[in-house]
Design a protein around this ligand. Structure first.
Ligand SMILES: *[C@@H]1O[C@H](CO)[C@@H](O)[C@H](O)[C@H]1NC(C)=O
Ligand SMILES: *[C@@H]1O[C@H](CO)[C@@H](O)[C@H](O)[C@H]1NC(C)=O
Ligand SMILES: *[C@@H]1O[C@H](CO)[C@@H](O)[C@H](O)[C@H]1NC(C)=O
Ligand SMILES: *[C@@H]1O[C@H](CO)[C@@H](O)[C@H](O)[C@H]1NC(C)=O
Ligand SMILES: *[C@@H]1O[C@H](CO)[C@@H](O)[C@H](O)[C@H]1NC(C)=O
Length: 321
């Protein structure tokens, strides 16, 4: 009887409190999905017994259609749908894009005080000599933009803290024109603006994890300017979780950048997560001359990087076997 009451209480508690606090635990890695739209396919894959939840992307523009007027119905709806399957939701706010037709910031930011809110990102082979605009990056180096962005984070936390499992800001890599005074961009201002947003996210989310993805820093290749070491230390000092968009076992460019820091800081931050996105699935393991297997991806994320969550693209072969 005692035991049954205890089990009942634990059951109720875990139903009410989907997030078990922010303390780092040594439990092993769990598998989640990653997508930019929770559609029928995603909902079906969410039923896979090994899958614990889903990370979905939301653009700033979609969440704040008018200045200070938020529309969180998409997140609410996704939360309802994932919960109805007994799974968790993780939110990524997308403040950049990889298509010039898709500007991720709300229209009201298209003013000079905000440097238009966003600036073109390069999508070419040699961005220094041939800048081909292939998307947008939000001008987070502009303090007026950051003030609006942090207002959004505050509103999101007021509604979803403790309801979504985690929240993350996207990767640090951007390619914008640096010799253009009109945008106000400098590597240092971008670096500081990114850290400021991450700190703020961890300040407003108390029960859900707040994570910053780091892959490469502009002007920070292989820890130039100490951007890698300083940023990871900053996240440890401010309770910001860490993560990355690409889990590619032993990939040299990543080993030269964020991977060693993810490993080193695994137990110094609230959580460490990583994704296997579509291009990662195509990467070839030089030892086998074949794409990496589920076990190879998983083992690398868990043992080398120290990640607790692995977000898989919906097209990951093992989900369809
Ligand atoms: C978790 O891992 C850390 C670092 O490896 C270790 O110091 C700690 O004792 C572990 N905690 C538990 C509960 O196993
Ligand atoms: C989500 O579920 C809650 C509680 O059941 C309900 O009040 C709300 O209207 C739902 N929201 C959406 C967008 O479906
Ligand atoms: C940017 O401004 C500085 C001084 O304010 C000036 O020397 C430089 O030529 C400007 N660069 C461009 C690309 O306009
Ligand atoms: C802002 O947008 C206007 C109109 O599209 C454009 O003329 C101007 O160059 C842009 N400014 C910056 C800083 O990109
Ligand atoms: C390939 O095998 C070598 C030797 O076992 C190992 O050090 C290396 O990490 C492996 N590379 C990958 C990508 O798994």
């Amino acid at each position: 009887m005692q035991l049954n009451l205890y089990l009942l209480a634990v059951g109720i508690l875990s139903a009410i409190c989907p997030v078990n606090g922010k303390a780092s635990s040594n439990s092993s890695l769990s598998h989640w999905l990653y997508t930019s739209d929770i559609d029928k396919e995603a909902l079906t894959l969410l039923e896979h017994p090994e899958i614990q939840g889903i990370q979905n992307l939301y653009s700033w523009k979609s969440l704040e259609p008018q200045r200070g007027q938020y529309d969180f119905s998409a997140i609410e709806n996704d939360l309802n749908q994932t919960r109805s399957k007994g799974k968790q939701l993780w939110v990524q706010i997308q403040d950049r894009s990889f298509s010039i037709e898709n500007n991720p910031v709300p229209r009201y930011l298209h003013k000079s005080i905000y440097n238009n809110g966003s600036v073109p990102q390069c999508d070419g082979d040699d961005c220094d000599s041939d800048f081909v605009a292939g998307g947008w990056a939000t001008a987070q180096w502009n303090s007026h933009v950051r003030e609006r962005f942090q207002s959004l984070l505050k509103a999101l936390a007021a509604k979803f803290d403790g309801k979504v499992y985690g929240f993350n800001l996207p990767e640090t890599a951007i390619e914008v024109q640096s010799n253009n005074n009109a945008t106000g961009y400098t590597c240092q201002a971008y670096f500081e603006g990114t850290l400021d947003n991450a700190r703020y996210a961890a300040e407003v989310f108390h029960r859900s994890y707040a994570v910053q993805y780091v892959n490469f820093w502009p002007c920070g290749w292989a820890n130039e300017n100490n951007y890698l070491s300083d940023s990871f230390q900053f996240f440890a000092d401010h309770g910001v979780g860490i993560g990355g968009p690409d889990n590619i076992p032993f990939k040299q460019t990543m080993e030269n950048n964020a991977y060693p820091y993810m490993s080193e800081y695994r137990n110094k931050v609230p959580i460490n997560v990583v994704a296997v996105q579509e291009p990662d699935l195509a990467a070839i393991n030089p030892n086998t001359s074949k794409p990496f297997t589920k076990d190879e991806f998983t083992s690398f994320a868990e043992k080398q990087l120290g990640s607790k969550i692995l977000f898989w693209a919906l097209s990951s072969p093992w989900l369809h076997q």
